[in-house]
Design a protein around this ligand. Structure first.
Ligand code: IPM
Ligand code: MN
Length: 335
């Protein structure tokens, strides 16, 4: 019996996780869902944004589907971001963010890229402090962290080349011309790892140039591996190529657990209206299926999403009028 932990979180999280769970249930795999809580609303009620019980449930299930939570931009005493807490608790060191063309006018064609974002270090290490009127953030890059994310990228590239029948290219993205020590170490670790994968071409690019190339000729990229904040920014940018944040899925992967989440946030402006785009969450559920060895079912889900788009059944953010429930029903009908 495969158990999947569901964490809706805040805002549209509830709507899109319900949709994704319905799609998973419709596959008829006998999956069991375990609902649990986290988020800002939960924090306001209980004083804890992500209780230990939630972390234990994620650990017991091994896989979780996470919606979104609203994190305040100012410091709120006692509050911690649930997704950052889970990345830390389970050492979810790899964030996989695929950017694949969708069959709609809103998407650029011929894209099949994968952003592999380091997910635990860099400027997300949480080492920030105030010294008088100077605010300092430490950017922590380790050889271990850089090596394992590079290994993940090359493994993903290997998998991709098996599927596509073409040899893959990994682009190491950094800013080592300025951040000579931190990104110097990241770059060196990644290029060292490349030696174990002679069949894969390795390239490197400065992050500013990468940001430009993602707009100019994204179809020329395959697997991109980069540090935490650069990966955060580039993945939002890349989602715009295929229709925006509403369609972008992601996987936070570690040795002990994996958490799948749409790249979008809690979207408080449309929360509760039933109009959120469930595609990002549903494609995240497909990544979950890949992760648990149900690749054929994952493809079934992706094909049903594509078929739905081809029928021009589209949510508001993609220029249509279809609400979340109706989108979900159509996708299930297309399975
Ligand atoms: C993401 C989000 C998170 C991040 C926030 C919510 C902490 O933007 O998953 O990309 O910055 O990693
Ligand atoms: Mn982000």
């Amino acid at each position: 019996m495969i158990r999947i932990c569901l964490i809706s979180g805040d805002g549209v999280g509830k709507e899109v996780i319900t949709a994704a769970a319905e799609v998973l249930a419709a596959l008829g795999l006998g999956l069991e869902f375990v609902e649990t809580h986290a988020g800002f609303e939960h924090f306001k009620q209980s004083g804890d944004a992500i209780p230990d019980a939630t972390l234990s449930t994620v650990e017991a299930c091994g896989v979780a589907l996470f919606g979104a939570t609203s994190s305040p931009s100012i410091k709120v005493e006692g509050y911690r971001s649930p997704i950052l807490a889970m990345r830390k608790a389970f050492d979810l060191y790899a964030n996989l963010r695929p950017v694949q063309s969708l069959p709609g006018k809103f998407s650029r064609p011929n894209l099949d890229l994968l952003i592999v974002r380091e997910n635990t270090e860099g400027l997300y290490a949480g080492h920030e402090r105030l010294e008088g009127d100077t605010a300092i953030a430490e950017r922590v890059i380790t050889r271990k962290g850089s090596t394992r994310i590079a290994k993940m990228a090359f493994e993903q590239a290997r998998r991709k080349s098996v599927v596509s029948g073409q040899s893959s290219v990994v682009t190491v993205v950094h800013k080592a011309n300025v951040l000579k020590v931190t990104d110097g170490l990241f770059r060196e670790s990644a290029l060292q790892m490349a030696k174990d994968y002679p069949e894969i071409t390795v390239k490197e690019m400065l992050v500013d140039a990468m940001a430009m190339r993602l707009v100019r000729d994204p179809e020329n990229f395959d697997v991109i591996v980069t540090t935490n904040l650069f990966g955060d920014i580039l993945s939002d940018e890349a989602s715009a190529l295929i229709g925006g944040l509403g369609v972008a899925p992601s996987a936070n992967v570690g040795e002990k657990a994996a958490v799948f989440e749409p790249v979008h946030g809690s979207a408080p402006n449309i929360a509760g209206q039933g109009v959120a785009n469930p595609i990002g969450a549903i494609l995240s559920a497909a990544m979950l299926l890949d992760h648990i060895g149900q690749g054929a079912q994952a493809d079934r889900v992706r094909q049903a999403v594509n078929a739905t788009i081809e029928q021009s059944v589209l949510p508001r953010d993609l220029g249509g009028k279809t609400n979340t429930q109706q989108m979900t029903r159509t996708i299930i009908g297309n399975l």
